[in-house]
Design a protein. Sequence first.
Length: 241
Amino acid sequence: MFGICNLNTIPVRKEKSSKSELTTQLIYGEIYKVLKKDKKWYQIEIIDDNYKGWINYSQFFEISKDTFDNILNTKPILLQEISKEIETLDGKMLISIGAKISSTNALNHNLNKPYNKKQTTITLTAMKYLNTPYLWGGKTHNGIDCSGFSQMVFKLNGINILRDANQQANQGKEIDFSLIKEGDLAFFGEKKVTHVGIVLKNKKIIHAFGKVRIDLLKENGILNIETNKISHKLIKTARYY
């Protein structure tokens, strides 16, 4: 079976329970495979990053194999605006930045106004999320975690990376701290990678910690501009373009 996210977002959980940990979110227009059905829960694999988790049956929207393949083989167009209103068969609905608007036809949805894609950069995209509250498992402007932030910003700039910080750290080309530049990723933790941020100009970093915020990047980690203390220990930096 194959499905598509026909809502703004759908929670994807670690276990088949509404009380279970939120591990990620499906974004409007994303497609997935159903791996297993268990009563009112479907275990899925998200196609864009191969992430697995459970969604409730009430939020499952089935598509045919032909529709799935058509979306899979169509160059994706992602919403670059913070939000946009679309028309569904049931009325109006807001979708968020990162939504795959190239899937609207498959869902019989319509954009109310023409969509004009403007050129963007990793930094300009990242700044759109500034002050977004931190949410474990989140991937939207309403709430986002550190690796969801880096994944979505890169995705909006045509670069696909995996979902979790430790997975992202194993991608890209490791760069010496003295050679880092705007758009690189920096990874943090103690014995293993647990946090990620996007490098800005002048050795600054934008990352999701409490909220999406800008701090200073030092060779030993992130210097919090409010506490003047190192909040995260630097492990490595990497480039993906």
